[in-house]
Ligand binder design. Structure first.
Ligand SMILES: [Zn+2]
Length: 411
């Protein structure tokens, strides 16, 4: 026996009676919820089946979180019990359902045309929250085939072809002639066949539009490689096409404001941006090179004045090249310990610790620990990335302490 939602898929409100209500639990969005399985005499809430997700709605304003089929009855999962014998007003989340009707009916149309025109058989399909996919038993679908398929789909929509269900008893000889595109048929009772007038006859338990005009439009979005040499074709139907266009237009408006131009100007504007970026980064790298010279001089003379045995220096801007170049330009003896950092004062960046190899090897573990750094000592140099430059002052203390203890040992 077919459910009310299959007989009249446009019914958004319906009164029925509770036949049973049992304590149960269900997994909803990954978490296990306790509640009740409510079985009604009949329902307008579609249970999952034929690739179509289940409906949402309410029973006397109590939300229905899941619907599935048991035998020929729909089971409604709620978190509030409803006594057997209670009359309930069933309300359907129509927006969600009509979207499913548009996508599912569009899949029937796409599959039928692909089979008739290109001999591609549908092996499966999925109705996703953001995109729907039909899988065909072909390794390739060309752009020309996609265009032709899309054009034919929209032509049939314009022709306003009716779509309707017919029911056959299992022993009806007519059933043998009707195909089921490998899609599961899990509704018990008489067989339900969906017809798109003059285009397709196919076994299906889902809820469908009554006329292709209700699909509004179909947009094929592109393909993706499927399993076993199959190809997945992505599509949007109905309101999803309008929503996707609106989303694209919003992004386009934001880009227009940022680029100060319209899409036709994008190639020129992007070229200009690339050129100005190139020249800006060239200028900045030249300036940094000059700056390194001045800084090396200043640090070297300060070192002489202070008679210190180490240099600690940080610069926010700069890359590894800056570190290497500064170390190279410093005019101080090798035994002076140099710890130079670049990057975010409170976050991540690059560092170099150099001097006499024995000193660097001694200091390396402590330095890496303090600034959460990664790197290896190589010929008097420890260089790498650090994620805690905020702790660089502690490295300075560690160097001071190390030098003090070294002096104490030597004296
Ligand atoms: Zn179907």
């Amino acid at each position: 026996m077919a459910l009310r939602c299959q007989k009249d898929s446009y019914l958004q409100e319906f009164v029925s009676t509770v036949e049973s209500c049992e304590v149960a639990s269900e997994k909803i969005n990954g978490s296990k919820l306790s509640g009740y399985h409510v079985i009604l005499a009949d329902t307008i809430l579609f249970p999952e089946g034929g690739g179509q997700p289940d409906d949402r709605g309410s029973l006397n304003t109590i939300p229905v979180l899941k619907v599935f089929l048991k035998g020929d009855k729909g089971v409604h999962f709620t978190q509030v019990p409803i006594d057997a014998g209670t009359e309930v007003n069933i309300q359907l989340d129509w927006q969600r359902r009509f979207d499913h009707m548009q996508q599912h009916s569009a899949q029937h149309l796409i599959s039928a045309i692909a089979e008739t025109v290109f001999n591609f058989n549908t092996t499966s399909w999925s109705l996703g929250e953001s995109v729907c996919k039909v899988e065909f038993n072909t390794p390739v679908i060309t752009n020309e085939q996609i265009n032709q398929l899309e054009e034919l789909c929209n032509q049939y929509i314009r022709e306003q072809r009716p779509m309707y269900p017919t029911y056959y008893e299992l022993n009806d000889p007519a059933v043998d002639k009707i195909k089921t595109r490998g899609l599961p048929e899990n509704i018990a009772g008489p067989l339900r066949v969906m017809t798109i007038e003059g285009i397709d006859v196919n076994l299906c338990c889902g809820t469908h539009v009554s006329n292709l005009a209700h699909l509004q439009v179909i947009k094929l979005l592109g393909t993706e490689k499927g399993k076993k040499g199959n190809t997945l074709l992505h599509f949007h139907a109905g309101k999803r096409v309008v929503s996707a266009l609106e989303k694209s237009l919003n992004i386009e408006r934001q880009i227009n404001t940022l680029m100060r131009g319209s899409p036709t100007d994008y190639p020129d504007l992007i070229k200009k941006l690339q050129n100005s970026y190139k020249s800006a980064s060239k200028n900045s790298s030249n300036l940094l090179k000059e700056l390194v010279g001045y800084e090396a001089k200043e640090l070297s003379s300060k070192l002489k004045e202070s008679n210190s045995k180490y240099i600690c220096h940080h610069r926010r801007e700069g890359e590894i090249e800056y570190l290497l170049s500064l170390v190279q330009k410093l005019t101080c003896p090798e035994h002076i310990i140099k710890f130079i950092t670049v990057g975010d004062d409170r976050g991540a960046g690059n560092f170099i610790l150099c001097g006499v190899e024995t000193d660097v090897k001694e200091l390396a573990p402590k330095v890496l620990e303090l600034i959460d750094g990664k790197g290896a000592v190589k010929g008097g140099r420890l260089m790498g990335k650090a994620s805690k430059l905020s702790q660089k002052h502690k490295v300075e203390h560690a160097i001071e302490k190390y030098l003090e203890s070294k002096d104490a040992t030597n004296s």
